[in-house]
Design a binder for this molecule. Structure first.
Ligand SMILES: [Zn+2]
Length: 377
């Protein structure tokens, strides 16, 4: 066996390692192995890069609210479970802001890290938005805020972008997929078996090299079209392709990461996820909004969540889904449970009126006996 036969397992190992994406709390990843049906991934390890056609789109539900008076943010991330915690918010009003920057994936205000976004594009977008608000009068901000929020929830725009991207991506999909087959199927066959190809090992290696070069060139061209003025991002991508050639086998999933950073995760869920999954995301968000509306914070904080609630209800209406349908009673897990917390969905037996974690009144399950009987039939 030649040196390639010994090296090949390492190539596979590096490919798998390069396929892993680690998601932090509050960050969200929409993944698809073939660019068709997407799944929503929350914190943990995921492998969207296993397929050369795979897409990975980052979004977030981070605790940052940009209001007409300033920016509220929290170091604790939240999505579902962590609702239970009493989240502490910091606040920086516009007139105390001296600098707003996006450094790597961090949004920095007055020199200190405010929040870590999943992508550099996401951090830049937020920094731009805050900078723009900083230069406006209070009335103008109040007028612009709903416009921004509506734009971030524009599902029609996402659909159009998705169609444009897929026509832009196809040459890269072909190159990356052929390279994938050459490296991970034909190469091991020719190294470890006696299967005959019309090509010897040397021919195979030369073809792989040409495909690799083609993928780098195409990635550069596509990336420049995707991220306008993003020459730094394009150079970073080329560097990662040169230093880690296995990246060329699934370059698309790296390239799609920051494409939709201007959009809200709710709107992305509406476009990318199944109706059922979208409804669950909305239910979580409506609960989160309810929770924040119940807290005693500044009037602008309240206004922000009210605005969000309104835009979300509007989106649901546009999709022909009612808020009641989304907030339908959860299925009872414990047959003895009498009520549940509408925020964290914890179930409680008789004797409880409030959820101690969320400090919220419980809601009663309808007709407890029916469900209990059904189970024993
Ligand atoms: Zn609760």
């Amino acid at each position: 066996m030649n040196i390639l036969g010994i090296l090949f397992p390492y190539i596979v190992f590096f490919f798998l390692l390069d396929s892993i994406k680690i998601i932090r709390g509050g960050h969200l990843l929409f993944t698809s192995y073939f660019g068709l049906r997407f799944k929503l991934r929350t914190s943990g390890f995921h492998l969207p890069g296993l397929s050369p056609l795979g897409h990975a789109v980052y979004s977030h539900s981070l605790p940052i609210c940009i209001t007409k008076y300033g920016v509220y943010f929290s170091e604790e991330n939240f999505f579902r479970r962590s609702l239970l915690k009493r989240q502490k918010f910091d606040y920086i009003p516009y007139d105390e802001m001296t600098s707003i920057e996006a450094e790597h994936k961090y949004l920095r205000i007055n020199g200190s890290e405010v929040i870590k976004l999943p992508t550099l594009q996401g951090a830049r977008y937020l920094a731009d938005m805050i900078r723009r608000f900083l230069n406006l009068s209070e009335q103008e901000r109040a007028r612009k805020m709903p416009l921004y929020l509506n734009r971030s929830m524009n599902t029609g725009r996402i659909e159009r972008l998705k169609r444009n991207f897929s026509s832009l991506f196809w040459p890269l999909k072909v190159l990356s997929s052929v390279l994938f087959v050459f490296v991970l199927v034909l190469l091991p066959l020719s190294l470890y078996t006696n299967v005959y190809f019309h090509m010897n090992l040397r021919g195979l290696l030369i073809s792989m090299l040409l495909l690799y070069g083609g993928t780098i060139l195409m990635s550069y061209l596509v990336n420049r079209r995707l991220y306008r003025g993003g020459s730094r991002k394009s150079m970073m991508l080329i560097m990662s392709l040169v230093f880690s050639p296995v990246t060329a086998l699934h370059v698309l999933s790296n390239m799609t990461e920051g494409l939709y950073c201007r959009f809200d995760f709710i709107a992305l869920s509406a476009v990318f996820l199944s109706k059922e999954r979208f409804q669950r995301v909305c239910a979580d968000e409506l609960r989160r909004i309810k929770y924040f509306l119940g807290r005693e914070m500044g009037s602008d904080f309240r206004e922000y969540w009210e605005m969000r609630q309104k835009v979300l209800s509007g989106l649901l209406k546009k999709m022909g889904i009612s808020v009641e349908e989304v907030m339908e009673q959860p299925a009872r897990k414990d047959p003895m449970a009498e009520g549940y917390c509408p925020l964290c969905l914890a179930e409680y037996r008789t004797g409880y009126k409030r959820c101690p974690d969320c400090e919220t009144d419980l809601e009663k399950y309808e007709s407890p006996d029916d469900t209990a009987l059904e189970k024993h039939d």
